[in-house]
Design a protein around this ligand. Structure first.
Ligand code: ADP
Ligand code: ASP
Ligand code: MG
Length: 410
């Protein structure tokens, strides 16, 4: 009988030093006795930031194509180092860069999407009894240019490879024991979830929980890949990200996420006429800036104020666009405020349990935290607050829904 095929991904901290790489090699070597293995690695921790800084030291706006060539080198190094470490332990291994196994992406440098993967070379190496070691985060476009998949993209490489090879499991090894009810760095008494649904994980990831890159969860959901997030520092079982199960709605809230990188832009005295929202938001969208929450307040004088959020790094650019439009349409002043955090409460059980939003508002009010914007969907409520209250808000919301004796999933 053929051995099961498992994809294992080791993140930056897990391969952050020579000693850590040796430890990964030990672990992989032990698993290789019972499984065929495809191992995906990130760059050593801090390396991608260091490489980006080098590029930015030469230009405030480095060419995206060249930036990708620079940052992809981080994963090139670790993939070969792990293969060397495995070989040194007597475990046959071979490294592959994105282009060598044709991880074909679109051409959106720095945030490319995977379109297809050619598994043939990986299966040849597996059939020859080797551990396949793949450089995460990178791919190649149809013209042969190196692309990268966005920060945290090695998660997506791993899940996409698991889908493409029809692997039996996809294990994401990281520096926490699994997916927690909130970031354990902010709330040390957060607890590990045994299971979480794809939809809850998608929300948490898109709302700031960077334990998995959002695209990896999209892939997992689309192809039904069961993902096991676990620690590279111990052997404990972690968290399974799985299709929704019948009892998952019993727990109202699965977790709390936060995103500190928000900015708020306000445009005052916008004439209240059909078509003006399109006039304001179309040029922003055309520049690839993602607008998140939008609030419009109609005044009695036929004018409205428009407030919306954008990623903080893009606030200056968005403000410049809005100022140009304001002049064109005869609106008032445009201003931006950085230092906003979006805090979100996520759970499948919100579909059937009323009153979560009200409880969020009461909890924050008790701490004197002002809510600036609100948005809701079927399984989440998000609020935008002043960034200086981030830790406090996350902690009190966590404890209100998930603290102490409250029910939690696992
Ligand atoms: P890796 O380098 O292994 O990919 P990341 O730093 O990208 O690791 O992701 C792991 C980190 O995600 C943890 O150290 C933790 O601080 C953070 N994190 C944020 N939210 C959560 C959560 N709900 N559960 C677990 N970790 C979380
Ligand atoms: N090295 C890349 C990053 O730091 C990709 C990853 O680690 O997943 O974002
Ligand atoms: Mg990561």
């Amino acid at each position: 009988m053929t051995k099961p095929l498992v994809v294992q991904k080791f993140g930056g901290t897990s391969v952050g030093t020579v000693e850590r790489i040796q430890e990964v090699a030990r672990r992989v070597g032990a698993c290789a006795k019972d499984s065929r293995l495809i191992v995906v690695v990130s760059a050593m921790s801090g390396e991608t930031d260091r490489l980006l800084k080098l590029a930015r030291a030469l230009s405030p706006d480095p060419l995206p194509r060249e930036s990708d060539v620079v940052v992809a080198s981080g994963e090139q190094v670790t993939s070969a180092l792990l293969s060397i470490a495995l070989d040194a332990r007597g475990v046959p291994a071979q490294s592959f860069l994105g282009h060598q196994i044709r991880i074909r992406t679109d051409s959106s440098h720095t945030k490319a999407r995977i379109r297809s993967i050619d598994s043939e070379r990986m299966f040849e190496a597996l059939d020859a009894g080797k551990v396949v070691v793949v450089a995460g985060f990178q791919g190649v476009d149809e013209n042969g240019n190196i692309t990268t998949l966005g920060r945290g993209g090695s998660d997506t490489t791993a899940v996409a490879l698991a889908a493409a090879t029809n692997a039996d499991a996809c294990e994401i090894y990281t520096d926490v024991d699994g997916v927690y009810t909130t970031d354990p760095r902010i709330v040390p008494h957060a607890h590990k979830l045994e299971r979480i649904s794809y939809d809850e994980m998608l929300e948490l990831a898109s709302l700031g929980a960077k334990v998995l890159q959002i695209r990896s969860v999209e892939f997992a959901k689309r192809y039904g890949v069961r993902v096991h997030v676990r620690s590279s520092f111990n052997e404990e079982p972690g968290t399974w990200v799985v299709p929704e199960e019948s009892n998952m709605e019993d727990v109202t809230v699965a977790g709390v996420a936060f995103d500190r990188d928000q900015a708020k832009i306000t445009l005052t005295a916008v004439p209240d006429r059909p078509g003006l929202a399109a006039k304001i938001f179309s040029p922003i969208a055309a520049k690839g800036i993602v607008v998140d929450m939008i609030i419009q307040n109609a005044g009695a004088d036929g004018k409205t104020d428009m407030t919306f959020t954008v990623p903080r790094l893009e606030a200056d650019h968005a403000l410049q666009i809005v100022r140009d439009i304001a002049r064109e349409i005869g609106a008032g002043e445009a201003r931006s405020e950085g230092d906003m955090t979006k805090v979100s409460v996520v759970g499948l059980g919100m579909r059937s349990h009323a009153g979560v939003a009200a409880q969020i508002f009461e909890t924050l009010a008790r701490e004197g935290i002002n809510i600036q914007m609100i948005s809701t969907s079927e399984i989440k409520v998000s609020v935008v607050i002043d960034a200086k209250y981030t830790e406090l808000a996350v902690r009190v919301l966590h404890d209100a829904f998930l603290g102490g004796d409250k029910e939690a999933r696992g």
